[in-house]
Design a protein around this ligand. Structure first.
Ligand SMILES: [Zn+2]
Length: 120
């Protein structure tokens, strides 16, 4: 039995062995789904640097500010392909539950996967 916290992305692995590797720069995402999971987990643990670093410079905001009223509570991957991931991310905002359903698009840039945008 492990005392390590499980990864917020819901993989069942420990945070350290899962998205934590990507957050601390010890590994790169091999697929859009892996990057998507790591970005969700980064929001969940408050690692906004990772969110920023993995966002395409063309589409990313100038600044990412933490949202103290928001708690991410779960991720479900509905499907993924060569350059997209469809997911539902659950959250609580000021105690009220909500869900974000998005079909995200990704690109490879300099050999690394980056998030581009939600599909319109
Ligand atoms: Zn993970």
């Amino acid at each position: 039995m492990s005392l390590q916290p499980s990864c917020p992305c819901g993989s069942g692995a420990s945070y350290d062995a899962c998205c934590g590797r990507l957050h601390r720069g010890a590994a790169l995402a091999g697929t859009p789904e892996e990057l998507m999971r790591s970005r969700y987990a980064a929001y969940a643990v408050g690692d906004l640097d990772h969110v920023f670093r993995t966002w395409h410079p063309r589409t990313r905001p100038d600044d990412l500010a933490p949202d103290p009223g928001l708690t991410w509570t779960g991720l479900e991957i509905l499907g993924s392909g060569a350059d997209w991931v469809e997911f539902v991310a659950s959250y609580e905002r000021d105690g009220a539950p909500g869900q974000l359903h998005e079909h995200s698009l990704f690109e490879q840039r300099g050999g690394r996967w980056v998030y581009v945008s939600a599909r319109p």
